[in-house]
Design a protein around this ligand. Structure first.
Ligand code: SF4
Length: 319
């Protein structure tokens, strides 16, 4: 025999409960809807646009391949060595241990990106590769004059950070994050190039402020220190940001994106020649150097919007 029908007020209560639950569920779903992303920027690509809009176009929209360089590749090897140095127990983080991982890191990179072999294609005797590996080991040794890795326990290394602010996705990889017991954050970046002269410090700090902004917006804590470690010069550059400055910086980044979006609609990415042209792989296509750019891609904005991560590629030198 079936159960008797429930009383009308019981049904009404059940409907109300279901409606309330549904409304709650809808509200929850609405809260979880992703923010519409209209653009994506890493510090490298934002800096490209600031340096030369046409360079940004070649890299982020046309996505033209760039020849690997020995300097950029050595930088990747040294970054890998310093990243994995902190896999070791503190007492084992010695210069010898770090230097011994230079050659394996290079071989691993070569396996992942076989075309890097072209860097030493002419080096039949292997002397240039030997000298290059030795210079990487020297950079690693220099690191120990700037920090004592046995006294540090980073929170993370090669940390991917990302936030969407007003539809703009900001993303990047932080070389190292240190967090003190009090929760103070230090953002650390290793550089294998020379320390910038004073006039170029702001440019060097652009990347660090970018990371500081992402961390501030995701963790609600302004990083206490931004620290650039210049291995070749055995020197450091430190900076202490504040919330007001990062808020202004956020406006700057949004303005850069708006300029990129506008240029993507019109195709108007102008060359901005500077001494950095010497390192540009695209001089043959640049009107400032007598070249002609390829036809502007129809899907320019979507290419710019779906910007690929710069990490993982060693063939993009930072000019
Ligand atoms: S050569 Fe100079 S001006 Fe031309 S795209 Fe490259 S960086 Fe820009």
């Amino acid at each position: 025999m079936s159960d008797p029908l429930p009383a009308a007020d019981t049904v009404t209560d059940a409907v109300n409960d279901a409606a309330t639950a549904a409304a709650t569920a809808v509200a929850t779903v609405e809260l979880e809807l992703p923010v519409a992303v209209v653009g994506s920027l890493s510090p490298s690509r934002a800096a490209d646009f600031k340096t030369c809009p046409l360079l940004y176009r070649f890299r982020s929209i046309d996505r033209l391949p760039e020849k690997p360089t020995r300097d950029a590749t050595r930088g990747t090897v040294v970054h890998a060595v310093l990243e994995h140095l902190y896999d070791l127990p503190a007492a084992e983080r010695t210069i010898a241990a770090a230097q011994s991982s230079v050659t394996p890191s290079w071989e691993q990179l070569l396996t992942a990106e076989p075309r890097l072999a072209e860097l030493f294609a002419e080096d039949s005797e292997g002397a240039e590769l030997t000298a290059w590996l030795s210079s990487a080991r020297q950079l690693v040794a220099n690191y120990f004059e700037l920090e004592d890795p046995t006294r540090l326990e980073p929170e993370s290394r090669e940390q991917f950070v990302e936030v969407v602010l007003d539809g703009l996705r900001l993303r990047g990889y932080v070389d190292r994050l240190d967090v003190s017991p009090d929760g103070d954050i230090r953002v650390v970046d290793y550089k294998t190039g020379s320390i910038p002269r004073e006039a170029f410090e702001a440019k060097a700090l652009f990347q660090m402020k970018f990371y500081a902004l992402v961390l501030w917006r995701t963790r609600r804590v302004v990083p206490r220190q931004l620290r650039l470690i210049y291995l070749a010069d055995k020197d450091t550059l430190s900076y202490q940001p504040d919330a007001e400055e990062l808020a202004r910086f956020e406006n700057t980044v949004q303005a850069i994106w708006k300029a990129i979006a506008k240029a993507s609609l019109t195709g108007d990415f102008r060359p901005s020649p500077s001494r950095l042209c010497d390192w540009c792989s695209h001089q043959a296509l640049c009107p400032a150097k007598g070249g002609t750019p390829p036809p502007f891609p129809a899907d320019a904005l979507s290419n710019a919007t779906s910007e690929r991560s710069a990490r993982g590629s060693v063939v993009v030198p930072e000019v």
